[in-house]
Design a protein around this ligand. Structure first.
Ligand code: NI
Length: 130
């Protein structure tokens, strides 16, 4: 059953991350798999280097579901493995980099644009819902 109140939706059915991850293969294209309190729960797969960017108004949480990646900041690099998460504060420049494909859960305000203050070919303005 699914309840709706305004543009918020709360699902009472569980979500299986493995099942959702099996539904897509494209990289750098977050998929919305849940939402609550104006926040999105998203899943994304990526490999390689993303674009340097920041979000002026949103904090972003990255939780590694499978694989590993490094979150680069201008002054340091933070390696993340399975079961680890990192919160990138608003206004802080960052760039995710993965040597091999990684599967990541994102938790962030629904207004968050994946490339932040940068627009390029990987910008996803309206992420798909799974
Ligand atoms: Ni970001």
């Amino acid at each position: 059953m699914r309840f709706r109140c305004g543009d918020e939706a709360v699902a009472t059915e569980k979500v299986n991350l493995g099942e959702k991850l099996a539904l897509f293969a494209d990289h750098w294209s977050p998929k919305v798999v849940g939402e609550l309190n104006g926040q999105h729960v998203k899943l994304v797969k990526f490999v390689g280097e993303f674009v340097w960017h920041k979000h002026d108004r949103e904090d972003e949480l990255f939780l590694v579901v499978k694989g590993r990646f490094t979150m680069e900041f201008r002054d340091r690099h933070v390696p993340l493995g399975e079961g680890e998460f990192l919160i990138v504060p608003r206004g802080v420049e960052h760039r995710p980099v993965a040597a091999e494909e990684v599967h990541v859960l994102l938790f962030e305000p629904a207004t968050t644009l994946n490339t932040g203050d940068v627009r390029d070919e990987r910008t996803v303005a309206d992420p798909e819902r799974l």
